[in-house]
Design a protein around this ligand. Structure first.
Ligand SMILES: [Zn+2]
Length: 135
């Protein structure tokens, strides 16, 4: 995804949707960045200051949304008083919950906002799929 005004707006709207759906009360700061996270992940959540970092370079919009929803779920987990263990095995149940939650959030949002998948298909097919029937 390119960091155009429209794309940033699309992600912002989705993030607001997630914050509402998850019932997050904290003020969250989300950074969309062209650079990588520096870790073997596409995003991370910093519990110290409720910030979410998401790498966007060479990724589809729906994929970025999944990462946004995943990291926001960690924010909600923290609000609920969840402790984040330091070991991978201890973290796994929290990761599984975030993966389930993010998949669900993107899937249902995508049903009403089909344009989130627009960069996954070619322009020709897009015209075919989204052209209104002529009557
Ligand atoms: Zn995670």
């Amino acid at each position: 995804m390119k960091l155009t005004k429209e794309n940033v707006q699309t992600i912002t709207q989705f993030a607001k949707h997630c914050i509402r759906e998850l019932g997050i009360k904290s003020s969250v700061k989300i950074t969309l960045s062209k650079r990588q996270t520096g870790q073997a992940t596409a995003g991370y959540y910093n519990p110290a200051d409720c910030t979410v970092f998401v790498a966007v370079h060479n990724r589809a919009i729906a994929d970025i949304m999944r990462t946004v929803a995943h990291e926001l779920t960690h924010c909600k987990q923290q609000e609920d008083g969840t402790e984040f263990p330091n070991d991978d095995e201890g973290l796994q149940p929290l990761e599984d919950a975030a993966n389930t939650s993010s998949g669900k959030l993107v899937r249902f949002y995508g049903r009403k906002n089909r344009d989130i998948y627009s960069d996954l298909i070619s322009e020709g097919l897009q015209r075919f799929l989204y052209s209104s029937p002529k009557s």
